[in-house]
Write a protein that binds this ligand. Structure first.
Ligand SMILES: Nc1nc2c(ncn2[C@@H]2O[C@H](COP(=O)(O)OP(=O)(O)OP(=O)(O)O)[C@@H](O)[C@H]2O)c(=O)[nH]1
Ligand SMILES: [Mg+2]
Length: 273
């Protein structure tokens, strides 16, 4: 169960049920995120939901801190790639790995509910990949990533890409120990997504607008999408790419190079302490 969204929610019945249902109604609008917990689960009070979420996220954060410390000490740049299903995360990774080959070492953790399709696609490039299947889970968590880290060859100066489960909601809440979160939005999804799913865009350092080769065929206004994402995250950087044609990938590779340099400066600072 993910208490953040309440999916697969428990049917536990709280004694104080009835005091706070966590949802409001008005003409034409029912809002289930209106309570203090930001979510409503039938039979559970807002206080109970907050307690469960605090416990789960607290445990996750301590695993994430361990992952981050390990990665920082090794001089590995870890990036958490998040998007809706099919925005192009794996395609972007495959094209990125092909371009990085021979210059920057890389490894990949793939998160999907089922199948090892994505890890198989990554391994075809020659990069090592671990597939995590989350079953009913809708996001990766730091504990899962910690186990994958034990099985990956991670050398200093390496980039670790973590492709999260395709989902614009729950991955926002779970720190994996990454240095940065990269959100991918494709032009077939509509420019209003940052406003509809603000948490994931607010928690990201970079937004990659993918599938720009399709712009002539879809009603998508790039300017409006950028304006929308900046409404929820003033500092976010935006890059436009087509993983299909390769357009814009140079900018993405330059961003990666800059982020890796910063990670290495941090690692050497730690080693000198
Ligand atoms: N036209 C076009 N299609 C793309 C581009 N990038 C990805 N695709 C296509 O979009 C579809 C989904 O791509 P994936 O890379 O599997 O997307 P994903 O985000 O990894 O999907 P999940 O792992 O299922 O969440 C595939 O058919 C890709 O070929 C692009 O830049 N342009
Ligand atoms: Mg994928």
């Amino acid at each position: 169960m993910c208490t953040v969204c309440g999916c697969g929610g428990s049917h536990e019945h709280d004694q104080d049920h009835g005091h706070s249902h966590g949802h409001t109604h008005d003409a034409g609008h029912v809002h289930f995120g209106a309570g203090e917990a930001g979510v409503a689960v039938p039979g559970m009070s807002q206080a109970r939901l907050i307690q469960i979420e605090t416990d789960i996220l607290g445990k996750n954060n301590s695993y994430a801190d361990s992952n981050r410390a390990l990665l920082a000490a090794k001089g590995v740049l870890a990036l958490n790639l998040v998007s809706s299903p099919g925005a192009g995360k794996t395609t972007l990774l495959v094209e990125t790995l092909k371009r990085m080959e021979g210059s920057i070492p890389a490894a990949v953790i793939e998160g999907d509910q089922q199948t090892s399709n994505d890890a198989d696609r990554i391994r075809e490039t020659g990069a090592p990949a671990i597939q995590i299947n989350t079953g009913k889970g809708c996001h990766l968590d730091a504990h899962m990533v910690g186990h994958a880290l034990e099985r990956l060859p991670l050398e200093e100066g390496c980039v670790l890409f973590i492709e999260n489960v395709g989902n614009l909601v729950c991955p926002a809440a779970f720190d994996l120990g990454e240095a940065a979160k990269v959100v991918i939005l494709s032009v077939t999804e509509g420019e209003d997504k940052p406003l509809k799913y603000p948490d994931i865009f607010a928690s990201a350092d970079l937004m990659i607008l993918n599938k720009t080769d399709l712009l002539p065929h879809v009603d998508f206004c790039v300017g409006a999408a950028i304006k929308n994402v900046r409404r929820v995250n003033r500092k976010i950087q935006v890059l436009q790419v087509s993983a299909r044609t390769g357009e814009g990938l140079d900018g993405w590779l330059a961003w990666l190079g800059g982020a890796l340099k910063m990670q290495l400066v941090q690692a050497r600072g730690l080693a000198a302490e």
